[in-house]
Ligand binder design. Structure first.
Ligand SMILES: O=C(O)CCC(=O)C(=O)O
Ligand SMILES: [Fe+2]
Length: 403
């Protein structure tokens, strides 16, 4: 995306075959919490196989299992922290509304705190929070921690069977209207904070460590190559002027997996449910791969939402706010969101390349033309991140840093 916010497909980048299979392996084994979903979609385990639609993809929950439609888990950390740029509510102006999955049952007041669930929450064991020592170690660069909703254990507590999916769209007395609920989201997320790509692997007690390591190393190379090409395109002599920030010691990288269960009740209703509210990514660059289920949209300058073609063999590369500042607005971080699919699960995995916390984020001097002023106040990535965490997901977080 970036500067080119016209509805063109994202650039296709070449997958090496080992990368492709490593990537599929990663998706298959990343977190045991995803096994029920992945098991329902055998192509995850064999990328060569077409995404054949299995009986599960018809969207009917198998009796005795938890409905994928409303399976939800919320990071206790996020719930406590409230609105955050990684997992909070959609807000701000939007030309078209999305809503909570109408089939979900609201658990509380009509305005839930951001980051908590609108869906009926299954009884489950809260995932272990990283211990203080793990967090401290992470901050000091010696390991990475798992964060977000799922750790490497699937809850052992029994879950209630869901009510069978309605055979017709769920309407309340035939007058169901899509509520304009900006605080809704319909997504499970698992995040891995990357501190040291080699050290965190040693820490991870998951089956996925090798695949994860391989994938992240490879996708980081993709990010670096893209940023090198950007520097070249901007006429900057030092090829690593931008990319060096994600390879630098202490760079702040995150890898996140999102799962958007299908929202069956949307069928035939002509409205959409928010999977991930509108936002821009705060880091430098994001490299996303998905399972080919549609849902990702970007906002054009006129506010119109455009779907990004779903292609599981393509990367979606997104410019983050920090890169917008470094290039003094030549590349723009594009607002994007995810709408839930009524039939199919969407799984995406995103590598976010961020700079080190102390990195000064300001337009590259070699980029500024004669008399050109920075459009932004000076700040460090750490300062921006702190401000971002105190904002709502859909806020224009760069606004407060504009001169
Ligand atoms: O899951 C997706 O497709 C996009 C998610 C996203 O934008 C994000 O995690 O920042
Ligand atoms: Fe994003």
């Amino acid at each position: 995306s970036g500067n080119s916010i016209s509805p063109v497909p994202p650039a296709r980048l070449c997958f090496f075959s080992s990368f492709q299979s490593g990537s599929a392996l990663l998706l298959a084994s990343l977190d045991r919490a995803y096994v029920p979903y992945l098991a329902a979609q055998p192509w995850w385990f064999s990328p060569a196989r077409p995404p054949s639609i299995t009986s599960r993809s018809s969207g009917r929950p198998t009796p005795g299992t938890t409905s994928p439609a409303c399976r939800w888990s919320t990071s206790p950390a996020l719930a406590r922290r409230g609105p955050s740029p990684t997992r909070a509510s959609a807000s701000g102006s939007s030309s078209s509304s999305t809503t909570g999955c109408p089939r979900t049952r609201w658990t509380g007041s009509s305005r839930r705190p951001s980051g908590s669930s609108r869906c009926r929450r299954p009884t489950r064991t809260a995932p272990a929070r990283p211990t203080r020592s793990a967090t401290a170690a992470s901050a000091s660069g010696s390991m990475a921690t798992w964060g977000g909703s799922s750790t490497c254990s699937w809850p052992s507590t029994p879950r209630r069977s869901p009510a069978p999916a309605p055979s017709r769209p769920a309407r309340s007395s035939g007058t169901f209207k899509c509520p304009r609920e900006r605080d809704a989201s319909h997504c499970d997320t698992t995040r891995v904070w990357l501190v040291s790509p080699s050290a965190y692997v040693a820490h991870m007690a998951c089956v996925c460590r090798a695949a994860l390591n391989e994938y992240i190393a490879a996708v980081r190379k993709v990010a670096v190559r893209v940023m090198e090409a950007m520097a070249e395109g901007l006429g900057i002599a030092a090829v690593d002027a931008l990319s060096g920030m994600v390879t630098a010691e202490g760079s702040d990288q995150v890898f996140r997996v999102n799962h958007y269960p299908p929202c069956h009740a949307l069928q035939g209703l002509g409205c959409s449910a928010t999977g991930f509210g509108e936002h821009t990514d705060p880091q430098l660059i994001s490299v996303l791969r998905s399972n080919g289920t549609s849902g990702l949209q970007i906002a054009l300058q006129n506010g119109q939402w455009v779907s990004v073609p779903s292609d599981r063999d393509a990367f979606f590369v997104n410019v983050g706010d920090s890169l917008q500042v470094l290039t003094n607005g030549r590349f723009k971080s594009v607002k994007h969101r995810v709408v839930a699919n009524s039939l199919k699960s969407r799984v995406s995995m995103i590598y976010f390349g961020g700079p080190a916390m102390t990195q000064r984020i300001a337009p590259l001097p070699q980029l500024l033309g004669a008399g050109e002023q920075s459009l932004y106040k000076d700040f460090t990535w750490g300062e921006y991140k702190k401000a971002a965490y105190n904002s709502r997901l859909g806020d224009n977080r760069l606004a407060q840093f504009h001169r």
